[in-house]
Design a protein around this ligand. Structure first.
Ligand code: GLN
Length: 284
């Protein structure tokens, strides 16, 4: 049999195909926009435009992956975070909107010193560190990650965005040696290793998501090491699971942090908890 003649498909029909596979319309439109090299607004106005191979094959392949749960950010290669376009791939967690509220909180409390020394532990794509540096160019920002792959992505994002962040490789506090910080922010792994929700996150790096049987393993290590690496008066701000706020506040109190408080995410869930290291702020 001769090979089947590829049949072109109109954009409108292709979007219907995506819908039948359960893919959100917005995601499908963005995939078309990327592949035809136009904006999503253009796609919206061109339902009758024909899609033909090889472009159509590439689109169908991307659609199949999206339908299988691959985050759109990996398929388009980028994600917007706090006004920055960050390049991402499956070696890093996709930056999430709830983490933007952690950045906002850090911007509020960071001015404890004139040129605060700020650390983003487990920076991944560099999202938090880069967002802070863009908003506060005078801050001295360090981003750490134990994954060399993640650091390569963070560094490439920093270079592209022309933001000067200091990157260090290693586990939590370990690469920071004797340095002291005025503000420390982290979105660590916090999902329990048997959480059913992990199935939906299976295309993202497990090392950025899972933290032991109760999901608190990394939060414990970060909080336990914080007093030795933070200046008096400095804030430690942490993202965590929707049901972990109380545990994180208790850990902060145990480590001698004051004023522990929790903030909700965009869905109203308690998502970030922070505390202040006891003692007067050094430079203020
Ligand atoms: N917020 C993510 C999720 O559950 C988890 C991110 C993390 O573990 N830091 O979708």
């Amino acid at each position: 049999m001769p090979p089947a003649v590829p049949t072109p498909v109109a954009i409108g029909q292709w979007l219907q195909r995506a819908r039948d596979l359960g893919v959100a319309r917005l995601d499908a439109q963005q995939l078309v926009a990327l592949h035809v090299g136009r904006t999503r607004t253009w796609v919206l106005a061109h339902d009758d435009e024909m899609l033909a191979p090889p472009l159509l094959d590439a689109l169908d392949a991307a659609l199949a992956r999206r339908a299988d749960g691959v985050p759109l950010a990996y398929l388009v290669g980028e994600r917007e975070f706090h006004g920055l376009t960050l390049q991402v791939d499956p070696r890093v967690l996709v930056p999430r909107p709830e983490t933007e509220s952690l950045v906002d909180w850090a911007l509020e409390v960071g001015a404890v010193a004139p040129r605060p020394r700020v650390a983003d532990l487990g920076t991944g794509s560099g999202a938090i560190a880069l967002a802070l540096k863009r908003q506060r160019p005078e801050w001295q920002v360090t981003g750490s990650d134990r994954s060399a792959d993640a650091l390569a992505i963070a560094e490439a994002n920093a270079r592209r965005l022309a933001l000067a962040v200091h990157w260090v490789a290693g586990d939590w506090w370990q690469p920071l040696g004797g340095e002291t910080f005025d503000l420390v922010v982290s979105n660590p792994p916090y999902v329990a290793s048997d959480d059913a929700h992990l199935l939906a996150l299976r295309h993202e790096p497990g090392s950025a998501l899972m933290a032991g049987a109760d999901g608190l393993a990394d939060l414990r290590r970060i909080i336990a090491g914080a007093p030795a690496h933070m200046a008096p008066g400095g804030w430690l701000l942490l993202e965590h699971g929707f049901d972990q706020a109380e545990a994180v506040r208790a850990l902060l109190a145990q480590a001698g942090f004051e004023a522990a408080q929790t903030r909700p995410d965009l869905a109203g869930l308690p998502r970030c908890t922070g505390g202040r290291r006891a003692g007067p702020a050094s430079g203020a």
